[in-house]
Design a protein around this ligand. Structure first.
Ligand SMILES: NC(=O)c1ccc[n+]([C@@H]2O[C@H](COP(=O)([O-])OP(=O)(O)OC[C@H]3O[C@@H](n4cnc5c(N)ncnc54)[C@H](OP(=O)(O)O)[C@@H]3O)[C@@H](O)[C@H]2O)c1
Length: 249
């Protein structure tokens, strides 16, 4: 019963490592998902029962500048991992993004039509279709921030998301894994204005407009409807929350 984690040096993987030290965390050097032979070799070596696929290029501006790189890592990488999972009957868990939506509506359900407005979102969405080929798969969509606090001094006040801390996202993911949940599930808690959320954690933060951060188009409101998630897990008890505000303390 081996679980491997791609992108094993990333932010979410680091939190998972603290919770599940027995998983095999693969760095880019150990398993570069753009290299089909490398992926096949690792799967033959470990014969994993579960693969948590976190490897991605998450630099949204970088993906916009270099489509070839973004497609290779974020879409073809999923294809290589999915093919290996099909061959080895592996349960594939894929962390997709709320950026598959254009942000015009907000509170998106799993059945709402995606319409990515940047290349990162498009490549992650195409990755979802690769993952869907695997008989036993789970795709989670969400967004995460560092537990340590907000790094940037300015945060957009015209953006909304269903933000979670990495540790919160990891706990929910763990609960879904334990239940062997399959299909597509939104992962979040509530809809937040990014500036208001950040200000509670870092009072000196200043507002900015999303168009002033980057030339890449960012969706206005990518918040998620988490009704399905709530029907599967007891979200409040997983997060240890008594009310909405407690996660900001
Ligand atoms: N953070 C968010 O808000 C958010 C939101 C929605 C979805 N997600 C998704 O959740 C997953 C984890 O996110 P995260 O924030 O933990 O990302 P992260 O910190 O950027 O970690 C990504 C990991 O992927 C690795 N990687 C990059 N290119 C690779 C390649 N060609 N082959 C193998 N590994 C490669 C990176 O290694 P190097 O550092 O060595 O390059 C890094 O370890 C990603 O799939 C991301 O798209 C994240």
């Amino acid at each position: 019963m081996t679980t491997i984690v791609t992108g094993g040096t990333g932010n979410l993987a680091r939190v998972l490592r603290g919770m599940f030290p027995d998983f095999v965390y693969l760095s880019k050097n150990e398993m570069n998902v753009t290299n089909v032979d490398n992926v096949a070799r690792i799967f033959s070596e470990y014969r994993p029962t579960t693969c948590i696929h976190l490897a991605a290029n998450t630099d949204v501006a970088g993906c916009e500048k270099d489509h070839r790189m973004a497609y290779a890592v974020n879409t073809l990488g999923c294809r290589h991992v999915a093919d290996a999972c099909i061959q080895h009957s592996t349960y594939l868990v894929y962390s997709s993004t709320d950026y598959v939506f254009d942000g015009e509506q907000g509170l998106y359900s799993e059945d709402d039509p995606p319409n990515p407005i940047n290349y990162y979102g498009l490549c992650k969405l195409l990755g979802e279709f690769e993952v869907r080929r695997v008989p036993k798969h789970l795709i989670v969509r969400g967004t995460m921030k560092q537990d340590e606090g907000w790094k940037h001094p300015k945060v957009p006040d015209d953006m909304y998301q269903s933000l979670l801390l990495y540790s919160q996202f990891a706990k929910i993911l763990a609960s879904l894994l334990q239940r062997h949940v399959t299909g597509l599930v939104n992962v979040g808690y509530e809809k937040y204005n990014l500036f208001e959320y950040a200000k509670r954690r870092r009072p000196d933060i200043e507002p900015i407009k999303r168009d002033d951060i980057t030339s890449v188009r960012l969706p206005r409101d990518c918040s998620l409807d988490v009704t399905k998630l709530r029907s599967i897990v007891d979200l409040d008890s997983i997060l240890g929350l008594t009310d909405t505000q407690s996660q900001w303390r």
